[in-house]
Design a protein around this ligand. Structure first.
Ligand code: ADP
Ligand code: MG
Length: 407
């Protein structure tokens, strides 16, 4: 997108978009990043923001007023947001940003099974079909067990929320899929599935299939293994779904369009460790291949930049070489020069160890950020990010640290 070429911070990126999707491998901070972006935009602008989350840690969910999974969006109590606003305003000295804004923060946790039920209720042609589908055992296990059905419904739900026009910005957290691109492919796969030959075969009138000579041996065997009830449940499931096929294909295509729209942007989150970095790289190349908009790369839980400063290295090496010399310059009341010398030596050793890690991080950062429009770094914060204050703190790094020169 041309807008990306002039966008230099996540703050700007988010200002220009209506949907932000965080993605990356498990545990890197997708959920926290999504919540932090949402909280910061709600606290500093007058936009109405929804964070659509998948698996928030319990304390974070509680902090956002989410007590259980459900599709109902609930508003984070405005007074909590006000508190975070005030803290943020005084912490950064940037009170203009925080003052007089009327942003709202909403949150919802995706419930796969309930979302499917809602979808059926909305799109089945009549009540009889709705009841029959919801009661069908194949449908029930399809919606609660298949990971694919989870990926698909997450995208459906996003589409529906976006269509509702209720929110100025929707920040979407993605499920911990085995393969990070699964949910990108979910709408396509759903469309393929509903227009496939397998499906047509399955929904050919059940009776005529039973007498079909070619399929008879299969059905006899299947019947013995799975039971006649299972086969008839399967047939019923697909026959019931038949009335909605075209709708599914159309909607799946519409969802794909929303993902590709210029108002949607992906934020890839990674830590600077080998496995998540590899996955992030793969993910970024998939986004490119699919012509989806990669807005930014967030490097989370990074080591502090001080570790790479030359001056600090010189000092650490000096201490390492000559601990007792340095210790002799420390005021006596701290302890005996010998003990202080040991402590300093130990600290310098640790510092040099961390520096090795920091250099490795810097290399990975270089490898990762080559083709990304923008990179933001968030250090490892001393506290778990589990309340609005923590989210705003994290967002301060996210929104502030984007530095094109760091790339
Ligand atoms: N920058 C950070 N510093 C410290 N802890 C963090 C940071 N980012 C995330 N965390 C913590 O790491 C854990 C995993 O984060 P989460 O957002 O749930 O990851 P994901 O959604 O990618 O699986 C959470 O406990 C969260 O509070
Ligand atoms: Mg998560």
């Amino acid at each position: 997108m041309s807008a990306d070429s002039v966008t230099t911070s996540i703050r700007e990126l988010v200002a220009e978009r209506e949907i932000i999707i965080t993605c990356g491998s498990g545990g890197v901070g997708k959920t926290t990043t999504a919540a932090a972006i949402g909280a910061m935009v709600a606290a500093t602008t007058d936009r109405k923001v929804l964070v659509l989350t998948v698996d928030p840690a319990r304390r974070l969910a509680t902090a956002m007023g989410l007590s259980e999974f459900g599709n109902v969006e609930s508003q984070v109590p405005p007074e909590l947001l006000d508190e975070a606003r005030v803290d943020r305003g005084s912490a950064s000295g940037d009170e203009d940003d925080a003052a007089g804004t009327a942003g709202e923060l909403w949150a919802a946790m995706l419930d796969t099974h309930q979302s499917w039920n809602d979808l059926i209720r909305r799109h089945a042609p009549d009540q009889r079909t709705i009841d029959a589908i919801l009661a069908n055992p194949i449908y029930q296990s399809f919606t609660s067990t298949f990971v694919q059905s989870h990926d698909y419904i997450a995208m459906e739900r996003l589409y529906e929320l976006q269509e509702s026009g209720d929110y100025d910005l929707i920040v979407v957290d993605t499920p911990p899929t085995r393969n990070a691109i699964d949910f990108l492919a979910a709408p396509e796969r759903m469309a393929d599935f509903f227009s496939s030959r397998l499906l047509r075969w399955l929904i050919a009138p059940y009776r005529s299939r039973v007498v079909n000579a070619a399929s008879k041996p299969f059905l006899v065997a299947a019947d013995r293994i799975l039971g006649a009830q299972f086969l008839s449940d399967i047939a019923d499931f697909f026959i019931l779904f038949q009335s909605m096929y075209d709708g599914f294909v159309e909607r799946a295509e519409a969802v794909s369009e929303v993902l590709a729209d210029h108002r949607t942007s992906f934020v890839v989150v990674s830590t600077l460790e080998a496995a998540p970095s590899r996955e992030a790289r793969f993910f970024m190349s998939e986004l490119k291949k699919r012509k989806l908009n990669l807005g930014a790369l967030v490097l989370n839980k990074t080591l502090p930049p001080l570790l790479l400063e030359r001056g600090a290295l010189r000092d650490a090496e000096e201490v390492r070489k000559n601990p007792s010399d340095v210790a002799s310059k420390v005021p006596q009341r701290v302890g005996s020069p010998k003990v202080v010398g040991h402590v300093l030596e130990e600290i310098a050793d640790r510092y040099l160890d961390y520096r090795v890690l920091a250099k490795r991080e810097a290399e990975l950062r270089g490898e990762l950020s080559g083709s990304v429009p923008m990179v933001a770094s968030v250090p490892y914060l001393s506290d778990d990010v589990s309340d609005l204050g923590g989210l705003i703190e994290m967002a301060t790094h996210l929104f502030g640290s984007s530095d094109p020169d760091q790339r």
